[in-house]
Ligand binder design. Structure first.
Ligand code: NAP
Length: 307
């Protein structure tokens, strides 16, 4: 037997929780489904300084816990489940998870995207302790410090350039001898005296006791090993949106992100998407919140037309 709701929100990161606050305040029976701890990828950061309203910054877990409490206060229900499929019913959607099945008139998908990991020793332990996946989020903590960016795509080049505003030195560590990013960014990187490119290098280990201290590199041509002492390491090797469960069901773009229009509507009527899982959202808490709110307002409009 499926449990029935008016709105089901899949994912309890900033976008899903913001949507839940609005759906709850609209007095809609709202279920939020999350496979792990509410909060999403922002929990990988150790401090948020750029979310409006907190001039001294706030710990991501605390901010996300406040979002969750606010959604609960307005009546949103939370369940832990990982969703494997969405199916159409006579008057809405059936959301099928590993733990149960849930029915609703409208669905908001806010499953986010995950940073690709290097998969090396020390990465998980030092994330938030000098190792970051987002220069926009954490770059300002590295004023006059020495940092490195790993990757050779547009994002890595943009992050390296952005970091030169703060850091005294930025290494760009790339595994090949050619960058993948667009020419104009390459030109800017080559012209920037603060950036030194380390070509043909694999990061083999991230080392540090309490905080990041250094990285170990392997030159893939000479097989020589080396170390660089660092204050910050930014891993920028791409992102994977969490959309495997809607592949072939919703229209996705070339990166696997859910395509939405200005009303956050997907290719199926009654299914909306918000936050980093969409093709329109810069990967920031504030923009994810905005898109979650927009999706909840669009759902409200959609439901009121059905009544
Ligand atoms: P990207 O173009 O896929 O570049 C990833 C870079 O990381 C490449 O240089 C790659 O090296 C390197 N890399 C991948 N795995 C690695 C590993 N295990 N170890 C070391 N290096 C590794 O990704 P991007 O720079 O994030 O995005 C590029 C463009 O796509 C941007 O314009 C971005 O706005 C757009 N975009 C991306 C996404 C997404 O990634 N989900 C979504 C929307 C838009 P090689 O060059 O050797 O392959």
């Amino acid at each position: 037997m499926s449990e029935s709701y008016e709105i089901i929100i899949i994912g309890a990161g900033p976008a899903g929780l913001a949507a839940a606050i609005y759906a709850g305040r609209a007095r809609r029976q709202t279920l939020v489904l999350e496979k792990g701890v509410p909060g999403g990828q922002i929990l990988l950061t150790d401090w948020i300084e750029n979310y409006p309203g907190f001039p001294d910054g706030i710990a991501p877990f605390e901010l996300m816990e406040k979002f969750r409490q606010q959604a609960e206060k307005f009546g949103a229900e939370f369940k832990m489940d990982e969703i494997k499929e969405i199916a159409e019913t006579d008057n809405g959607w059936q959301v099928i998870g590993y733990q149960g099945e849930y029915k609703s008139r409208a669905v908001i998908i806010a499953t986010g995207s995950i940073y690709r990991k290097l998969g090396v020793k020390g990465e998980a332990e030092l994330t938030g302790k000098g190792v970051s996946y987002c220069a926009t989020c954490d770059g300002a903590f590295f004023r006059d410090r020495v940092v490195a960016v790993v990757g050779g795509g547009d994002n890595a080049l943009e992050e390296a350039l952005f970091l030169t505003k703060f850091a005294q030195k930025v290494y760009l560590v790339h595994r090949r001898d050619k960058l993948r990013g667009v020419k104009i960014l390459q030109e800017r990187v080559f012209a920037n005296p603060k950036i030194e490119i380390i070509w043909n290098a694999f990061v083999t280990e991230i080392v540090g006791q309490e905080r990041l201290e250094k990285i170990r590199l392997l030159d893939r041509q000479t097989q020589k090993e080396s170390e660089i002492p660092l204050d910050g390491l930014f891993i920028s090797i791409g992102m994977d949106p969490n959309t495997a469960f809607v592949q072939g069901f919703l229209e996705l773009n070339e990166y696997g992100e859910i395509k939405v229009n200005s009303q956050m509507e997907t290719s199926r009527r009654g299914i909306f998407a918000a936050g980093d899982v969409t093709n329109v959202c810069p990967k920031q808490v504030a923009t994810a919140v905005g898109s979650g709110v927009a999706a909840a307002l669009a759902v409200e409009e959609f439901l009121s037309h059905l009544e």
